[in-house]
Structure formats: structure tokens, C-alpha cells
Ligand binder design. Structure first.
Ligand code: SF4
Length: 456
């Protein structure tokens, strides 16, 4: 094992989705042999990494404004005879490239999502070159996974990246441009990483990919394996109690994958399946490759094999050309489907995407009004879904300490955050919990064993 040469601290700020949370964990693991431990305090750090996301509106501006606040820490550190390095990683780094250095010359390294495995080498290069920048924004996802170190200590519920990039080119989305073409990791690599995570105490794995159900990695014999096949392989690993995957595309929900939801016990009854709109006209303009009817049919098939399946989704309102009629079609789809959770946004232009230059952009007040109507409906559905669990006993995997003293927080199979007063010895275990209160965003309960003791 490599001994750290000097004690240094890295502060990593993660923006955006679980893919970025995973990438930040991997960066921290990769920097550990160089002596870096993670800190939550940027002022104490020797290395500051902004792991950025380009999905949200004004993503690049947010990064520049955060840099504006963080860069003065360099002068403070210098007065204490310390040096601070700045790294911008992730999708904004990919999209902006050298522009970041032009606007913020203090940034030492700009590294794209497919090249962060080269961070140690880039840090050394930045050290040697003094103030010269290192910009690395190629797309070699294949090499990245080969060169990342083994996993270390991700906790009871761990992310595992199995697929990256996307070939679907939805007209509003930057992912195909920032993460590159679709790439699936080989099955054996995924299985090895899963076994390492289980050895380190994980019992739940969430498989990640921008379009995860397009997964088609090769097995040891060179045969293509689907996501359903991969899930079945992983379910055989001793110690894996729960499997999830995200984010899926409705057009990639194959019959085989739907069947897995019915007969693969560790596959949890929760699925994030973005529909974006209930109007076929809008879905066509988005280049979504599914219709409202095909989405409804997929949901029906899923619920047939797994009646307790909780569904969450993504919605964009005010896509260019969306009429009141189109928006009502979205409301109808939501009313019929009933979602346990959802993420909904106003459409905002992403430079470089086809939708950014479409005519008939919707006026902001109309977007705002439609979004608040949709969100009220989704919030109602989420709360009533949660209320359905009051007094029920649900198995909870305890993942971490809660916000209150003596409290632990875990997840139900349906992805509820569940808060329970419980001893820390329950961390990492799955325990039956009696739900005593269902809020809009989570559940509170007591350990079933405590209930029995109280009544017995
Ligand atoms: S499928 Fe998802 S990641 Fe791919 S282009 Fe569409 S929205 Fe983006």
C-alpha cells in the first residue's frame, strides 16, 4: 500500500447529479495516495476542486461566481506559507475548456469528466510548470475506468458507475456534448468493483449512467450483456441486499428489464423514469424517441410485474412551442400515472443545443405559471404516496447519522428518507421500522424491535 508522503487536504464541491457524486468520490480516492484527505472547509484546503454540472441554467456563471468567492483563499493561504491549487472538473470544464483559464487565470487545472483519472499527473505537471495551466478535456472513458484506483469505503449504500455518455441527443440536453458517446463498462470490471464495495460494507448498490438502461457491456466471453443481465449477475454476489439504477430512458425499458423488476428480489421497487412531457408534439420536438402512450404502456407493464413500484420522473415545462393544450396533456399524464417523486423545471436554453435556437420560445411568466401548477400536483401525489406508509412496517437500510442527536437516517425500498432514534450500532444494517409520521419529503418511525419491547 502507498503511504501518504505529506498530509494535505482537498475540498471537493460537487454540483448536480449522482454521477458527479460518484466522480467526486473517485477523485478523493485517487488523491488519497498523494496524501490528500477530504475536508469540508475550503479555507483549510490545499487543493480545491469544483466538480461541476452543466444541466442547470447558468451553470457556468454559477461556477465563475463560486470561483470568485474561493480564489481569495489563495492569498490567505500564501500569508500562512501554504499553497492552494484550484481545479475545475466535470461538465462545465468540458464545455468551457480554455475559457475558464481566460476568465479565471488562478485556475491551475481544467479537467473533463472523462479525464479526471489523470488528476495526479496533471497536478504534478501544474507543479512543475509553475502557473501554466493544464487543460485536459478528451473523451477516453475506456481508459478512465481502467486507470482509476480500487474503491475505498463508500458506506452501506454505494454508487457504481456502469455507463457513461449518451447517443440520444435530446434537443434540450448538453450531456452528449459534455460526456461524449455512450460507453458501457465491461461486466467483469463492474462485478469486481461491486465485490470490493461489498467487502467494504456496502449492501446496496445504485448503478449509474446518463442513460443507464442502454447499458450493453461485454462479458468475459465477449458477449453483450444488457442492464437486466448485469443486474442478475450482481444479484448473485453474496452480501448485496439491494440494487437500484438511474437514470433511465423510457425507450430503453426492454421487456427483459421490466421482467427483472418482477422477479429479481434485490431490485428495489423504485424507478426514476424521466418522461419530460405528456404531449407527443413536444416529445417529438425534444427528440425523445418515445410517446406519451408508449410511456403509459411501459408504466402499466412495470406495475403488472411489480404492483408496489414507486415511480419518479423529470419534467420540463415551457419547452419551445409548448401550448396550453400540450401542457394540459402533461397534467393528464401526471394525474393518470401518479408519481411518488419528481423533478420539474422550466425550460432554459443551453447554448449549443438544438432547442436553444428553436422558434416560439415560451414567455417566462407562462413557464412560471405552468411550473407552479405542475409542482402543486406532483407535491400532492408525493405526500399522499408517503401517507400510504403510515403505521406500516418497512425495512430500512441505515446509512448515516441523522441531523438530531441519537438519530439515524436510512432509506426504505421506495427511496423514502426515514429518520429513526436508534443506536449507532444499527448503521449499515437493514431493520424493520414502524412508520409513525409521513411528511412530504420523508418518513419518521421507530424500530419495530422497540415497539415490541414497549408493548410486550
Ligand atoms: S437521454 Fe438523457 S442524457 Fe441522453 S440526451 Fe436525452 S436527456 Fe440527455
Amino acid at each position: 500500500m502507498t503511504e501518504p508522503s505529506t498530509a494535505r487536504r482537498v475540498y471537493i464541491r460537487t454540483y448536480g447529479c449522482q454521477m458527479n457524486v460518484y466522480d467526486s468520490e473517485r477523485m478523493a480516492e485517487m488523491l488519497a495516495p498523494l496524501g490528500y484527505t477530504r475536508t469540508e472547509a475550503p479555507e483549510a484546503a490545499d487543493l480545491i476542486v469544483l466538480n461541476t454540472c452543466h444541466i442547470r441554467e447558468k451553470a457556468a456563471e454559477k461556477v465563475y461566481s463560486d470561483l470568485g468567492r474561493l480564489v481569495p483563499l489563495r492569498a490567505t493561504a500564501r500569508r500562512a506559507s501554504r499553497r492552494v491549487r484550484f481545479v475545475v472538473a466535470g461538465c462545465v470544464a468540458q464545455a468551457e475548456g480554455a475559457e475558464i483559464r481566460r476568465r479565471r487565470p488562478e485556475v491551475d487545472i481544467v479537467v473533463g469528466p472523462q479525464t479526471y483519472h489523470r488528476l495526479p499527473e496533471l497536478l504534478a505537471r501544474a507543479d512543475r510548470a509553475g502557473k501554466a495551466p493544464a487543460i485536459c478535456t478528451d473523451f477516453p472513458a475506456v481508459r478512465k475506468f481502467d486507470e482509476l484506483p480500487a474503491r475505498s469505503g463508500s458506506g452501506p449504500a454505494a454508487f457504481l458507475s456502469v455507463q457513461e455518455g449518451c447517443d440520444r441527443f435530446c434537443t434540450f440536453c448538453v450531456v452528449p456534448y459534455t460526456r461524449g458517446a455512450e460507453y458501457s463498462r465491461p461486466v467483469e470490471d463492474v462485478v469486481r468493483e461491486a465485490e470490493t464495495l461489498v467487502d467494504q460494507g456496502a449492501s446496496e448498490l445504485c448503478l449509474l449512467g446518463q442513460n443507464v438502461n442502454a447499458y450493453h457491456g461485454l462479458d468475459a466471453g465477449g458477449r453483450e450483456v444488457s442492464l437486466a443481465g448485469l443486474l442478475r449477475r450482481l444479484a448473485e454476489i453474496d452480501g448485496i441486499a439491494r440494487l437500484r439504477y438511474t437514470t433511465s430512458h423510457p425507450a430503453n425499458m426492454t421487456d427483459e428489464l421490466i421482467r427483472a423488476h418482477g422477479d429479481l428480489e434485490p431490485l428495489m421497487p423504485y424507478l426514476h423514469l424521466p418522461v419530460q412531457s405528456g404531449s407527443d408534439r413536444v416529445l417529438r420536438a425534444m427528440n425523445r424517441a418515445h410517446t406519451a402512450a408508449s410511456f403509459r404502456a411501459t408504466v402499466r407493464a412495470l406495475r403488472e410485474v411489480r404492483p408496489d413500484l414507486a415511480l419518479s420522473s423529470d419534467f420540463i415545462v415551457g419547452f419551445p412551442g409548448e401550448t396550453e393544450h400540450d401542457f394540459e396533456a402533461t397534467l393528464r399524464l401526471v394525474e393518470e400515472t401518479s408519481f411518488a417523486a419528481a423533478y420539474s423545471f422550466r425550460y432554459s436554453r443551453r447554448p449549443g443545443t438544438p432547442a436553444a435556437v428553436l422558434p416560439h420560445q415560451v414567455a417566462e411568466p407562462d413557464k412560471a405559471r405552468r411550473l407552479s401548477i405542475l409542482q402543486a400536483l406532483l407535491a400532492d401525489q408525493q405526500h399522499s404516496f408517503n401517507r400510504g406508509f403510515e403505521n406500516a412496517t418497512v425495512p430500512v437500510l441505515f446509512e448515516r447519522r441523522g441531523r438530531l442527536a441519537g438519530q439515524l437516517t436510512g432509506r426504505s425500498p421506495w427511496m423514502h428518507a426515514v429518520h429513526v432514534d436508534a443506536d449507532e450500532s444499527f448503521l449499515g444494517t437493514i431493520q424493520p421500522v414502524v412508520v409513525t409520521r409521513a411528511g412530504p419529503h420523508g418518513l419518521a418511525g421507530v424500530l419495530a424491535i422497540d415497539c415490541e419491547n414497549a408493548t410486550g
